[in-house]
Design a protein around this ligand. Structure first.
Ligand code: CO8
Length: 260
């Protein structure tokens, strides 16, 4: 790889740790998504790997979500290619045959939250500075239907409605309360907890667990597969609008000013 995703496979346990290292904030750029997909595919095809723990090597951030620079000031062709990679990331992760556990050791807005929700189980560090949620409306953009579907599958319809319309980012206790994350732990316990939870999940015969996972998730996946091209076209026509480009520009400026 190019060092944006560090993979460590423990062959005796059959468990890999995938550590995102696209510094500073693990934003999901096209390059990062491409490398992530290659790493995941390798593990998926490795019979010695039955489970993956997804975590971050960036301090305080799990993932800042889609890379805003990929959605701003680029060509329609670029947006289409980028969006296809975002779809592919979700399709692969959401349907993985492996047990996937998100060890959320930092903030996880928007696409970062989507990645975490695509795993089978979420453990979050109980640091009050961290937040997680689909905050798209706060950027003046609309979460695609399959982001929405994934949130509905995680927290239910009513909680999704409120969460999505307001673009809410939840503190760890709030996220736990609504079921967006399954478990909170002190930061230093996150990797050991992930390993312990993994062994519980791996005690279930793979075949039965995989078929059950597919039964739960396939209808959601099929909805995107049936509309994949139009979803790309929607994204491209939405993101190329002047008003949306303007919103994203203002949001990037706000992020930069906030630092001072
Ligand atoms: N993309 C690109 N660059 C980013 C992003 C991002 N998502 N997030 C942060 N950065 C940059 C910052 O601009 C900053 O750059 P610089 O050093 O040049 O000033 C650098 O990363 C560090 O960021 P901060 O100084 O803000 O670091 P903090 O530790 O203070 O905060 C956070 C980290 C919490 C991650 C904060 O940066 C943040 O809130 N970022 C924005 C997160 C966000 O809102 N992401 C949403 C992206 S949209 C998405 O994922 C789904 C879109 C759905 C598609 C819509 C269809 C139309």
């Amino acid at each position: 790889g190019h060092g944006r995703v560090a993979v460590e496979l423990d062959s005796s346990a059959g468990v890999a740790v995938m550590k995102m290292e696209n510094l500073p904030v693990n934003s999901l750029s096209l390059d990062f998504l491409t490398e992530f997909l290659i790493s995941l595919e390798k593990l998926e095809n490795d019979r010695g790997c039955r489970g993956v723990i997804l975590t971050s090597g960036a301090p305080k951030i799990f993932s800042a979500g889609l890379d805003i620079m990929e959605m701003y000031g680029k060509s329609a062709e670029h947006y289409a290619e980028f969006w296809k990679a975002v779809q592919e990331m979700w399709l692969r992760l959401y349907q993985s045959n492996m047990v996937t556990i998100a060890a959320i050791n930092g903030s996880s807005p928007a696409g970062g939250c989507l990645m975490a929700m695509s795993c089978d189980y979420r453990i979050m560090a109980e640091n009050p500075k961290y937040s997680i949620g689909l905050n798209e409306t706060q950027l003046g953009i609309v979460a695609p239907f399959w982001f929405k579907d994934t949130l509905v599958n995680t927290i239910g319809n009513r909680a999704t409605e409120r969460s999505l319309e307001l673009g809410l980012l939840y503190s760890p206790p709030e996220a736990h309360k609504i079921g967006l994350v399954d478990q909170l732990v002190p930061e230093e316990k996150i990797q050991s907890t992930a390993a312990a939870v993994m062994s519980q999940w791996l005690a279930i015969p793979d075949h039965a667990r995989q078929i059950t996972k597919s039964m739960m998730r396939k209808p959601t996946v099929d909805r995107l597969l049936a509309h994949r091209e139009s979803d790309i076209q929607n994204f491209v026509s939405f993101i190329t609008k002047d008003s949306i480009q303007k919103s994203l520009q203002m949001y990037m400026e706000m992020l930069k000013q906030r630092r001072g």
